[in-house]
Design a protein around this ligand. Structure first.
Ligand code: KIV
Length: 273
């Protein structure tokens, strides 16, 4: 019997075709090789090395202090575990806003040093020229609109964006600007579902929603929320598919009790000679 062919890697072109075919795109955040291997095997299409790693794993309040070195480290180890999924690295705050030349240098380092296939950056019209500059040198870019966490202080907190007519119109125009600049997809975070639906219909590139309702072409969530590992964070749009934080606490309580009572290691875990 012939060996099964290795799965065909997901490309940015494949994501566009998926939109055309009406197939939903599955995206999760991922920060390490172990989870990358598990998510890849489970058929996740895109592994997003989000700068949320700075909050979820590093315990910081915001994403603002994430560094390029930190993102390169996490993206490199995610890439090691990914066989099929497309790996996208978030460009951290101030690595792409200062100048297009800076953005090319930093995003170029990310691609060269990690082996990932694309970068993500936040913002619309103000970064459109930078998106174009990156795309022109061959760096695929995913956009990010709505609640853009790197602007949390300017936005006045983690709140739904685009509820008023004026901001909704601005978001529609910004999504179009990103598409015209050559972005291959755009994340829509924390915006009303009807607005996300309008943007999704108006674009030829896929929209990836997080707290943006069911009409987007794909969905992304933070893996540790999905698994119920990060039980300090709750939000209306998050669905917990497991409750691993409690499982971890329970397993560790049991281990600690067995060590203290001399029940672990037992004979089956010990070498007699
Ligand atoms: O940093 C991140 O995890 C993200 C996603 C939630 C879209 O940007």
């Amino acid at each position: 019997m012939a060996d099964a062919l290795p799965p065909k890697p997901v490309t940015v072109h494949e994501l566009l075709s998926m939109k055309e075919r009406g197939e939903r795109i599955v995206v999760l955040t991922c920060y390490d090789a172990l989870f990358a291997r598990l998510l890849d095997a489970a058929g996740v299409d895109v592994l997003l090395v989000g700068d949320s790693v700075n909050q979820v794993l590093a315990g910081e309040e915001t994403t603002l202090s994430a560094t390029l070195e930190q993102m390169i480290y996490h993206t490199k180890i995610v890439r090691r575990g990914a066989a099929r999924a497309l790996v996208v690295c978030d460009l951290p705050f101030l690595t792409y806003q200062i100048s297009a030349a800076d953005a090319i240098r930093n995003a170029g380092r990310v691609l060269q040093e990690t082996g990932c296939q694309a970068v993500k950056l936040e913002g619309g019209t103000p970064v459109a020229a930078t998106v174009r500059a990156l795309v022109d040198v061959g760096i695929p870019v995913m956009g990010h609109l709505g609640l853009t966490p790197q602007s949390v202080h300017a936005l006045g907190g983690y709140r739904v964006q685009g509820r008023e007519e004026r901001t909704a119109e601005r978001l529609k125009a910004e999504a179009k600007a990103l598409e015209e600049a050559g972005a291959f997809a755009v994340v829509l975070e924390l915006i009303p579902a009807p607005l996300a639906s309008q943007i999704t219909k108006a674009l030829t590139i896929p929209t990836i929603g997080v707290g943006a309702g069911p009409a987007c072409d794909g969905q992304v969530l933070v893996l540790h929320d999905v698994l119920g590992l990060n039980d300090r964070f709750t939000a209306k749009f998050v669905k917990h598919y497991a409750a691993l934080a409690e499982d971890v606490r329970e397993a560790v309580r049991l281990y600690a009790a067995e060590v203290r009572e001399g029940r672990y290691p037992g004979p089956e875990h010990s070498f007699s000679k």
